[in-house]
Write a protein that binds this ligand. Structure first.
Ligand code: AMP
Ligand code: MG
Length: 350
């Protein structure tokens, strides 16, 4: 299959390109498109054959459900059993935007889209191209991130192409995304709303809107002995090809420890990389140093993380160390993704 790549400007949307992309979805094909979080791989959420194609194109296990993207609030009612008051509140506060809600699904949504679950994940993105495309596609676009399963999510179209060229009909290239991490997922089918995946909308923000919210214990830990409630969170994810280890401790301890490791790897002729910050970027003796930015700007770190992981692959880095990024807000989401990318390999310096 030849994949067509079409440039599209969010502020001057090419109506004909969007119409053609919508037509591909309506006839059962796949289109990758920009959202404010990461690029999505879209198919018709109400067509079981389309969802099967998404799993095949990504190489994704089919028990890992897809998020259904809508462009209008009125579209929600048809795909869920009921719209609880909490969903109304969250939509008023955070939609369109980087928040996904889990609700009980209606019969309209095929089991292929929800990985066999009775619940469905729904989000209304804020990206103007995404909204126009979803409308043109019939209003319900199932879209996981547009990467091959296990790889870092794409924040630019170049990386969508790297993973999916020849596997899908079209890529809408809208340039760099704004946020760089996938949506926050909150489950509204539990007694107390529960965060299954942290993101740009933080626990504190959800708590302000709802009064109460819990967190799935597996978000930052691998030793809880529990399976994550979002099926996808159990898989290794976001991983670069090189071996990534997170080092946590005081700044000086971390720099000294990583440099000692780097010296050993150099003796073995391995190509090394480090994820550093503004404060430490000059301190490492690695072949490739990437700057995640200032620790005070967690959003900028979020925006850079996946690109950095992909760039290590582009440069064939074999051994990677990262500083640790604890944080209360978006920093928690950054750490959640970094831990998955590292397969929870962390060295804590005492
Ligand atoms: P992605 O599409 O790559 O952003 O991944 C979607 C995430 O949403 C995965 O971690 C899924 O497991 C999760 N998800 C989607 N639908 C549901 C659902 N009905 N219940 C729980 N988690 C879900
Ligand atoms: Mg994904």
């Amino acid at each position: 299959m030849k994949t067509r790549i079409v440039q599209i400007d969010e502020n001057n949307i090419d109506g004909e390109a969007v119409r053609q992309a919508g037509e591909i979805i309506r006839s059962g094909g796949l289109v990758a498109f920009p959202t404010e979080t990461v690029y999505g791989l879209g198919g018709d959420a109400l067509n079981p054959a389309s969802s099967r194609k998404i799993y095949a194109a990504k190489g994704r296990p089919s028990d890992n459900p897809l998020i259904v993207h809508i462009a209008r609030w009125e579209a929600l009612a048809a795909i869920v059993k009921k719209v609880p008051a909490e969903a109304v509140k969250l939509a008023e506060t955070f939609w369109p935007g980087p928040l996904t809600m889990i609700l009980e699904k209606s019969d309209l949504v095929p089991g292929e889209t929800t990985g066999g679950l009775d619940t469905v994940a729904v989000r209304m993105p804020s990206h103007k191209t995404a909204l126009a495309f979803i409308e043109a596609a019939g209003g319900y676009v199932a879209a996981p991130s547009a990467n091959r399963s296990g790889r870092p999510s794409p924040t630019v179209a170049k990386y969508v192409r790297q993973d999916l060229d020849g596997r899908i009909e079209m890529i809408l290239d809208g340039g760099d995304v704004e946020l760089g991490l996938e949506s926050t997922i909150v489950d509204l089918t539990e007694q107390v709303p529960t965060i299954l995946r942290p993101g740009y909308i933080t626990g504190q923000m959800l708590k302000s809107a709802l009064g109460r919210v819990e967190e799935d214990v597996t978000i930052l830990r691998s030793d809880s002995g529990q399976a994550p409630k979002a099926p996808g969170m159990k898989y290794r994810h976001y991983a670069p090809k090189g071996e990534l280890t997170i080092i946590s401790g005081s700044e000086q301890q971390v720099v000294d420890y990583i440099n000692a490791q780097l010296d050993q790897w150099r003796d073995e002729n391995k190509k090394t990389g480090v994820i550093a910050t503004d404060a430490t970027i000059g301190a490492y003796r690695a072949d490739v140093c990437k700057n995640a930015g200032s620790r005070l700007d967690e959003s900028a770190m979020a925006r850079r993380l996946y690109r950095i992981l992909r760039e290590f692959d582009d440069e064939d880095v074999e051994i990677i160390y990262s500083e640790s990024f604890e944080g209360a807000g978006v920093g928690q989401a950054v750490m959640n993704r970094l831990l998955k990318a590292a397969g929870h390999r962390v060295t804590e310096l005492k």
